[in-house]
Design a protein around this ligand. Structure first.
Ligand code: MRU
Length: 366
C-alpha cells in the first residue's frame, strides 16, 4: 500500500545486496524504520520480537529464512534444523508452519546444488501469492460492505469495527480484514472504522496508522468500548483477521477477539473473519481444545510503549513494581459466533461443510 505516495510491501528482497528488508514494526506508528534481515538469528528474532508480525507475514518471512538456510548449507540436515529453529519462534499462527512445510516439501526432492536458487524463488512466490489472496479477500468482502451500504440512508457511512492489525503490515500487502475496507473506500463507499486499541501491544495503533495513510475515516477506541457501541447501534459489521482457523471454522485470533464476537452475537451485529487459505489448519477441529496459545512476556502487560513526554520512544510501567502479569496472546472464537469466513475463493459459513465446499481438495486430503 502507499505511504506518502510511495508503494511499500511489508517486506521485500534487496537485489543489490541480496538480503531481505523489512519494516521494523516495533517502532510504528511513531517511526518508520527499515532494517535488513541478514543471519538466521536475525530471522528468528524478527519473528519472535515482532519486528514482523501477523500470521501471513511471519509465514512469508520464514520462507525467506529457509532460503537463507539453503544458501548457507543446502543439506537435508540443515533444512530440518532451519525448519525447527524458525518454527519455534511463534506457536499459534499456522502460516509459519505452513510456509516452512511448503518449502521443505518442494526443496527435499531437489539436488543440493539446486536448492538455494529454488528456495529463494519459492519465497518470492509465497510472498506474491499472499498479495493476490488478500486482493481477492478484499473483493469478496467488498461485496458484503456494498450490501450493507445499499440498505443505509444516502451519505451515512458503513460503520465497521476491527480488532488488532490484520492490515497490510500483517501480510505482504493489502491486509486481510483491511483489504475490503481499502477496496470499499477506493470504490467511493463511505466508511467509518472503529479500531480496537488491542492491548497489550496496541496493534490497533498500526491499523490506525495504515487507515490514516490511506485516508479511511476511523476512530481509535479502548478494547472495552466495542460492546457499548454495538448496544447503541453504532456498528454495522465486525471484520477481524485470524492466526489459525480450524477445519470446522473455529477462529483463533488476537486476544480479545472472542469477547467482540460475544458482544456482536448479543447485538445481532454480523461478525466476519477474513481468512486466507494458508491460515486454515486442516489437522485441527476443536479450536479451544487443540490450538496452542502463545503466552508472551508479562512485561508487555505491565508496561506500555509510547512517545515519552520529554521526547523519544520508551516503555512506561503502569502497575506497581513486582505485580505479576499474565499475557495469553490469542483466543478462540467458536464457529457458532462467526457469521461468515471471507476467503480468497468466496464467503462461506464457519463450519466444516462451509470450508470443505470452498476448498474440497484440502478438506479431502486432511
Ligand atoms: O501477535 P500478532 O500481532 O502477530 O497478531 C496478529 C493477529 O492476531 C492478526 O489478526 C492475524 O495474524 C491476522 S493478520 C492478517
Amino acid at each position: 500500500m502507499k505511504i506518502d505516495g510511495t508503494h511499500y510491501r511489508s517486506l521485500w528482497w534487496n537485489h543489490d545486496n541480496n538480503v531481505l528488508e523489512i519494516i521494523d514494526q516495533r517502532w510504528l506508528p511513531h517511526e518508520f524504520r527499515v532494517i535488513p534481515v541478514v543471519t538466521m538469528q536475525d530471522y528468528a528474532d524478527a519473528i519472535y520480537e515482532m519486528r514482523v508480525r501477523g500470521a501471513p507475514l511471519i509465514g512469508a518471512t520464514a520462507a525467506y529464512g529457509m532460503a537463507l538456510a539453503m544458501a548457507e548449507d543446502a543439506s537435508d540436515a540443515n533444512m530440518d534444523a532451519a525448519w525447527t529453529f524458525l518454527e519455534k519462534t511463534r506457536p499459534t499462527a499456522i502460516n509459519l508452519r505452513w510456509a516452512l512445510d511448503r518449502c521443505r516439501v518442494a526443496l527435499r526432492p531437489l539436488a543440493e546444488g539446486d536448492r538455494a536458487v529454488a528456495a529463494l524463488a519459492l519465497a518470492h512466490e509465497i510472498a506474491d501469492e499472499d498479495v493476490e489472496i488478500n486482493r481477492r479477500i478484499g473483493e469478496n468482502g467488498l461485496a458484503i460492505i456494498r450490501e450493507i451500504a445499499a440498505k443505509k440512508p444516502a451519505g451515512e457511512p458503513v460503520r465497521l469495527l476491527t480488532h488488532c492489525n490484520a492490515g497490510w503490515l500483517a501480510t505482504v500487502d493489502w491486509g486481510t480484514a483491511t483489504s475490503p475496507m481499502y477496496q470499499a473506500h477506493d470504490a467511493g463507499i463511505a466508511l467509518h472504522v472503529w479500531v480496537d486499541e488491542t492491548r497489550p501491544r496496541n496493534q490497533g495503533a498500526l491499523t490506525s496508522w495504515e487507515l490514516g495513510k490511506h485516508g479511511v475515516p476511523h476512530t481509535y477506541i479502548t478494547d472495552n468500548a466495542g460492546g457499548h457501541l454495538m448496544q447503541h447501534g453504532m456498528v454495522d459489521m465486525v471484520i477481524t483477521g485470524t492466526d489459525r482457523t480450524t477445519r470446522q471454522g473455529d477462529v483463533c485470533n488476537k486476544i480479545g477477539t472472542y469477547l467482540k464476537a460475544l458482544a456482536a452475537h448479543d447485538n445481532n451485529v454480523p461478525f466476519y473473519v477474513a481468512l486466507p487459505s494458508p491460515t486454515i489448519d486442516w489437522t485441527v477441529t476443536d479450536g479451544v481444545a487443540e490450538i496452542p496459545i502463545e503466552e508472551r512476556n508479562a512485561r508487555e502487560v505491565t508496561h506500555v510503549q509510547g512517545v515519552l513526554d520529554g521526547g523519544g520512544i520508551g516503555m512506561v510501567q503502569v502497575t506497581p513494581e513486582g505485580t505479576p502479569g499474565g499475557n495469553p496472546a490469542f483466543d478462540v472464537t467458536p464457529n457458532r459466533l462467526v457469521t461468515g469466513l471471507i476467503t480468497e475463493r468466496g464467503v462461506c459459513e464457519a463450519s466444516a461443510d462451509g470450508l470443505a465446499g470452498l476448498f474440497p481438495e484440502f478438506a479431502r486430503a486432511a
